[in-house]
Design a protein around this ligand. Structure first.
Ligand SMILES: Cc1cc2nc3c(=O)[nH]c(=O)nc-3n(C[C@H](O)[C@H](O)[C@H](O)COP(=O)(O)OP(=O)(O)OC[C@H]3O[C@@H](n4cnc5c(N)ncnc54)[C@H](O)[C@@H]3O)c2cc1C
Length: 475
């Protein structure tokens, strides 16, 4: 997974909203706490990096020659080449850091849970489904949780408190099912209201649309000999393309409204896809795009290498929400993403695409490799002048993707913030003995991928727990 921390301004904004303890300087220590940085620590980078943590953070070196082509072309359109996206400056293009160890994804489970799995005070229930938060009778004090497993219900009692970390969709779902949420909404399902709070509101996500550049290429990547060679290389050395856990390593942060800006409006992701990859992985189908889009992409990819550039909106003004569909915990909640509800969001994407993405076609570097802009010929956008604002808006609406970064649905905020679900120490308001520690507490979305910030929130949340239970309430 990409390891990107976002922008300093993200956390300073959280602190400015009244969230004491969450400014950039304060959260930096918590990013460092979990990091095992693969590069040497130097005078310049040691402010930002550490080798003491559980989580391996490293760069994968070039897996495809086109990656250097992309970086060179990007500098031609005015994007600076940057080494460390998590250091002093976030603006520019770079090969990203990822969470990888010995050629395998270093997930949070592998990094943080595996080393402590034998602790006598740690019990992990696998494949358990939490269906409800339980309360002491006639009170708003949490007593435990209800788990469904193998057709049985298990009650887990909490002596101290319960921490919910079910993510930005399922945390609000569980809170709503348990009577914590907007009063009217809960009452419409006859759920007893434990706390009237704006759970599920404030949903923010990173929405994007893709652009394709293609060049004719002989297809040898997915032939049997190529697959066998790559597979053997991986088994024997843990290296090669199969050790590459990410198809898109190159990312850029840009701001077309101000060339000197220190915080970006848009993140570009650059993917290099060999010919016929569409036959191997139904990328577009996985994202729920139409048959038409899928077929058009397959046509382009048939005999061409394709560079896909994502134009990702980092600070959307549009906000969505999560609501209950039913009181059955197994029924998915309703997700109203509301992408592009605020027209400014489309405008920012279009402006940045025109300045930093479409212009790649005219660079000497792309010309040298015969890389041409190749719009999918989608019926809805046919007849519009290609490259015009109207056309780009149409493409963005027809080919809307999520980068899967939902946040904010159990928003953190200070006393008096009517939009907040948890306080700055992540305790659920109006409830005793319940915290939320996951991406849902972010008051506003960060300008970067959300995994590293969520891990930082977890580190900080763990310290709040320790501070409270070890010092103030030691038994
Ligand atoms: C396909 C994909 C790719 C991504 N790639 C990147 C990337 O490269 N870099 C990056 O920074 N971010 C990436 N993200 C985003 C990143 O994964 C999230 O921001 C991050 O995982 C959020 O962490 P979380 O703890 O809030 O939620 P989650 O990681 O979703 O964890 C919630 C956990 O709770 C469990 N759960 C939920 N409900 C229940 C229940 N009722 N009972 C029991 N368990 C439950 C879930 O199974 C899950 O294990 C990606 C997301 C997706 C979907």
């Amino acid at each position: 997974m990409f390891y990107v921390r976002g922008n300093k301004a993200d956390y300073d904004e959280w602190a400015a909203m009244g969230n004491t303890g969450w400014s950039y300087e304060e959260v930096l220590e918590y990013f460092k706490k979990s990091e095992n940085f693969s590069e040497p620590l130097t005078k310049e980078n040691k402010k930002y990096h550490s080798k003491e943590g559980y989580l391996n953070v490293q760069k994968i070196e070039a897996a495809h020659p086109f990656e250097d082509v992309i970086i060179k072309a990007a500098t031609e359109v005015g994007i600076k080449h940057l080494n460390d996206i998590n250091g002093a400056n976030q603006m520019g293009i770079t090969r990203s850091y990822s969470t990888i160890k010995e050629g395998k994804r270093h997930s949070t489970a592998r990094a943080f849970l595996s080393p402590i799995k034998d602790r006598s005070n740690l019990h992990v229930i696998k494949n358990g489904f939490v269906s409800k938060i339980l309360f002491h009778p006639k009170s708003n004090k949490v007593s435990g949780i209800l788990i469904q497993k193998d057709g049985k219900e298990i009650v887990v009692h909490a002596k101290k408190e319960v921490v919910i970390s079910a993510g930005s969709i399922n945390t609000p779902h569980l809170l709503l099912l348990s009577g914590i949420g907007p009063k009217e909404h809960l009452e419409s399902f006859n759920i007893e209201v434990k706390a009237d709070l704006p759970v599920g509101e404030n949903l923010q996500d990173h929405v994007f649309f893709p652009t394709y550049f293609s060049t004719p290429t002989e297809h040898k990547f997915n032939t049997l000999p190529a697959i066998t060679t790559a597979f053997s290389e991986y088994i024997l050395t843990n290296e090669g393309i199969y050790s590459d856990v990410n198809p898109h390593r190159i990312i850029a942060f840009v701001n077309s409204s101000d060339p000197n800006a220190v915080s970006p409006e848009v993140q570009c992701h650059y993917l290099v896809l060999p010919p016929k990859i569409a036959n191997l992985i139904d990328i577009l189908g996985l994202h729920n795009l139409s048959e038409e889009v899928k077929n058009k992409f397959e046509e382009i990819n048939e005999n061409n290498s394709v560079i896909v550039v994502y134009d990702v909106l980092l600070k959307p003004k549009s906000k969505g929400k999560i609501m209950l569909k039913s009181t059955d915990p197994r029924e998915y909640p309703l997700i109203y993403a509301d992408y592009f509800k605020d027209p400014d969001d489309l405008n920012v994407l279009i402006r940045n695409a025109k300045k930093y993405i479409l212009t790649l076609e005219n660079t000497e570097t792309f010309k040298q490799f015969g890389l041409k802009l190749n719009w999918l010929d989608i019926e809805a956008c046919r007849g519009l002048d290609k490259g015009s604002d109207e056309f780009l808006a149409c493409i963005a609406k027809e080919m809307t993707f999520s980068l899967y970064h939902p946040v904010g649905t159990a928003k953190m905020g200070p006393d008096g913030d009517k939009t907040a679900v948890v306080d700055p120490e992540l305790r659920v308001r109006k409830i005793k003995g319940l915290r939320v520690i996951d991406a849902s507490v972010m008051p506003s979305i960060v300008r970067g991928n959300t995994n590293a910030p969520t891990i930082m929130i977890a580190e900080k949340g763990a310290d709040y727990l320790k501070k409270f239970w070890l010092k103030e309430h030691s038994e």
